[in-house]
Design a protein around this ligand. Structure first.
Ligand code: SF4
Length: 348
């Protein structure tokens, strides 16, 4: 039987692997062994699983080809060290993953869907439409593949952010499972506090996530200070307006004790004047939060404000006692905006 594309071993916990092995007439204890090889040792070949019998290695190879359900199609390396990977999945769909090294940190930005249905106007992924959700195994495989690459250089990943292609909370179950797989002490053992989920603002899912008893960071894409402006660039705002979104953010902070990060893409002439900065300060006053200002990566007609304009916007927030940072430009020479590499390759 060929299980490529339907069952992803990298998306199964040891007990699930054990149950699958039992159905194949194999001993259950091999489930934990295979889990440790895939998630702990990040092996890329069943032949490296040296404590498995050769016959089982061969069976796994015949059915799955390789432990991870993706193949590297293209790598682009930026002058600033950012690396962008285009992976092909078993059904031919492609996704992007970005490695961002900075000092001692190596952060991986993973995709959670092929395309995205949320249609934010400033986003290359949104423009290419939605194809399908990724499985937990396909999400985790992006992390394991890059971790393996880094280990060959004596390095390791320190952080994972769900900020690549797709809206993670629209693929809730798979994303949650992938986080638990990354947390597993028999595997990568990556602490939830090193993981951040970014959402365009799906209020019910933010509230559900707050109750999951995991300590992942939450980044909410705000990008505008009034419902009228926000609805223009983010259709999701018509379903979940700003007041509801901020209330959900507060609930998340109260349940997890974690400061919510509000992402604000600065678009020249649209949301970047001083009036907007003052309104943003008022909106976020007394909330457990932080603002991340992102000079927009142009994918349409949008332009980023001048460095001086960005600095002044940031100062107004600081003076209003709002914690703020400005995201550094990374990988612009390799089409850094989410979805841009895929778009340029597919000619969408
Ligand atoms: S910004 Fe995020 S949620 Fe919006 S279209 Fe792009 S990938 Fe989807």
């Amino acid at each position: 039987m060929d299980n490529r594309g339907t069952l992803h071993l990298s998306g199964l916990f040891p007990e699930e692997l054990a149950n699958w092995l039992e159905q194949q007439g194999q001993p259950k204890f091999r489930g934990k062994q295979i889990f440790q090889w895939i998630h702990g040792q990040t092996v890329q070949d069943f032949g490296e699983m040296t404590n498995l019998p050769k016959a089982l290695q061969t069976q796994l190879k015949d059915e799955f080809g390789k432990p991870l359900p993706l193949n590297l199609a293209i790598t682009r390396v930026s002058q600033d060290g950012t690396e962008k990977y285009l992976f092909a999945l078993a059904d031919g769909a492609t996704i992007e993953t970005v490695l961002i090294p900075e000092g001692d940190r190596r952060t991986l930005c993973v995709s959670s869907q092929v395309g995205c249905a949320m249609n934010c106007s400033f986003c290359a992924t949104g423009k290419s439409g939605y194809l399908r959700n990724l499985s937990a195994g396909e999400i985790v495989a992006q992390v394991l593949w890059v971790e393996n690459r880094l280990r060959n250089e004596g390095l390791t990943l320190t952080n994972v952010v769900y900020m690549g292609m797709g809206e993670p909370l629209a693929n809730y179950e798979a994303v949650l499972k992938s986080i638990r797989l990354l947390n597993d002490p028999n595997g990568l053992n990556l602490g939830a506090r090193r993981i951040t989920i970014s959402t365009c603002g799906l209020v019910p899912q933010i509230r559900s996530l707050a109750q999951e008893r995991i300590q992942v960071g939450l980044a909410i894409s705000l990008h505008a200070v009034t419902d009228q402006i926000r609805s223009e660039v983010m259709p999701v705002n018509k379903r979940y307006p700003i007041a509801e979104l901020l209330a959900a953010g507060d609930y998340y902070a109260s349940q997890t004790g974690r400061r919510v990060s509000y992402e604000y893409a600065l678009i020249a002439g649209f949301n970047d004047d001083f009036h907007h900065a003052h309104l943003l300060t008022e909106l976020l006053q007394d909330r457990l939060c932080h603002v991340n200002l992102i000079p927009v990566n142009p994918v349409g007609d949008e332009e980023r404000p001048s460095p001086e304009g960005i600095r002044k916007f940031s100062q107004i927030l600081e003076r209003g006692d709002i914690q703020v940072s400005v995201r550094k430009e990374r990988g612009t020479d390799i089409e850094a905006a989410c979805g841009q590499l895929r778009q340029s390759i597919l000619g969408e």
